[in-house]
Unconditional design. Sequence first.
Length: 191
Amino acid sequence: MLNRRDTLRGLALTIGVGASGWAERALAAAAPAPALTWTPTALTPDQARVLDVVAELIIPKTDTPGAREAGVPQFIDRALANYYEKDQADRLRAGLTRMDADAQAAHGAAFIALTPQQQVDLLTAYEREGVAAKAQTPSQSHFFPALEDMVTVGYFTSEPGATVALQYDPVPGAYRGCVPLAEIGRAWATR
């Protein structure tokens, strides 16, 4: 039986967004972090700023809106405040705090003040840790894969993610199986 996390991970893979490959997109589209335009409820302001930068690094603005423009950090903050179990929310908040502490220890600056390459290097290390942690103790999850999942779900369930990044057609028409992706362009979403 699938749980919610497995279902969402399957959704992410179905629409073509895997955990790998985000680093190259992030460096290509890196931009400085603007001031927060929203007030976090489940996160501290520092955690919210880190989340804002990380979300934009995972899904940067390209020819489609990025995670920041789609409101992904606010989505995650609301999910932590209203829907996450306490231990899951605490693990994600601790991970965001750890990112700042690790940035200070390695580079002497807050995570949001690092260069895009330094930020991506830290995120890549967390991604490797998450893979290793899952292999060693599958029941204990690392914060970074959960964060990647939340960014992906937040983005592709947002209006820009579902209507701009994906092709939106409320009535897609007749079923045609095994159609090459090059023929249809982007994956499909419906509302």
